[in-house]
Design a protein around this ligand. Structure first.
Ligand code: AFP
Length: 335
């Protein structure tokens, strides 16, 4: 399809342009090419999924105890295929794999990804995300393969599938969005800065959970929700896409007051390494910020487990600062 070739050329052309200025090497470009190819390939399967019967359950359960959709498995296999072929990845961490996936000990990068985020949207052909964070090995021979905190990422990105919109953040080089235009033949990179004017701001959270949040967070919501529009589609990439464009705050708070205490999630629901840290990195490069339930920057959290969860408050700085004050007064959550 011509738009695919155009898409890849535009993103790669952009990166080549930035290569000199931001010391990106050809290794990084090869890795990005692999990630873009994986995303476009997954999008193809997603668009044709209904025809091919790929939208149902696979019959297995993932590391988080969730039912795995056939599309989750397809997306996982596609991504690993491209990461292997790139030859540049030491290991990968994926939502769909219990263990760290060793790829090439002579590689240069660590890739943390969720190949199909927002699976509950799959049966409806509604938006899902392909999300990734990239960290680089220590080239001074001190590499210990430790799990990277978000502040160590050198890039993070998300595709909203099936719109094909790609948002990419490069360390100290901003957040960029690549659009397919009205002719479906071109994409144009636009630098994203989260809007400062509260007029367009939106709040995004699962309102069905609101009475399960801490009292302080519930009070903050009551005091602030009527000031802003509310939007929620249930796929982080799609919801956060709006947050970055319009400003405001996406949040997935800790669940601490569930009527069935077994369903509390004091650590939050989202996965730190391939969900929360990815959008936090993108947001920081776009001028925003992100904190967890204790009010500390998400990018500072040192992961102890590849699939560790985190609460997330991400978006416009004034709103994140405002909720941070509330969170910091609360009793600390045991990690
Ligand atoms: P799934 O991939 O299991 O559908 O989870 C999606 C997700 O991690 C994230 O994309 C959403 O923001 C969030 O969960 C939605 O969670 P709720 O369904 O609890 O609102």
């Amino acid at each position: 399809m011509p738009e695919k070739i155009q898409f890849e050329e535009t993103v790669m052309g952009f990166l080549l342009n930035h290569q000199e200025r931001h010391h990106r090497t050809h290794h990084f470009l090869i890795l990005m090419d692999a990630l873009i190819s994986a995303a476009k390939h997954i999008e193809h399967y997603y668009l044709t999924g209904t025809l091919k019967g790929n939208v149902g359950l696979s019959g297995s359960v993932n590391v988080h105890g969730e039912d795995v959709m056939q599309m989750d498995q397809i997306a996982q296999e596609i991504t690993i295929h491209y990461l292997r072929a790139s030859g540049r990845v030491i290991h990968a961490i994926s939502e769909e794999s219990d263990k760290i996936i060793p790829i090439n000990p002579d590689g240069r990068y660590f890739v943390y990804f969720d190949p199909l985020d927002g699976s509950s949207n799959v049966p409806h052909s509604l938006p899902v995300g392909f999300m990734f964070g990239v960290a680089k090995k220590d080239l001074d021979d001190r590499e210990d393969n430790h799990l990277r905190a978000g502040k160590e990422y050198i890039a993070a990105g998300m595709f909203v599938i099936p719109t094909g919109t790609f948002t990419l953040a490069l360390k100290d080089a901003g957040t960029w969005r690549f659009h397919i235009d009205e002719t479906m033949e071109f994409v144009r990179p636009t630098q994203m800065m989260i809007p400062e004017n509260p007029k367009s701001w939106e709040l995004s959270f699962n309102s069905a959970n609101r009475y399960t949040y801490s009292e302080r967070v519930q009070t903050w919501i009551e005091q602030n929700e009527t000031k802003y529009a509310f939007r929620y589609i249930g796929a982080l990439a799609a919801d956060f896409h709006r947050t970055i464009s319009n400003g405001g705050m996406f949040m997935y708070p800790a669940i601490v007051n569930h009527p069935d205490p077994r369903r509390n999630r004091p650590q939050g629901k989202l996965r730190l390494m391939y969900e929360a840290a990815v959008v936090s990195f993108i947001c920081q490069e776009a001028g925003g910020s992100a904190v967890d339930e204790t009010g500390i920057p998400v990018l500072d959290i040192q992961p102890k487990d590849p699939h560790q969860r985190s609460a997330l408050y991400v978006g416009s700085k004034p709103l994140v600062d405002s909720i941070t004050q509330v969170l910091m007064l609360a009793k600390p959550v045991v990690r």
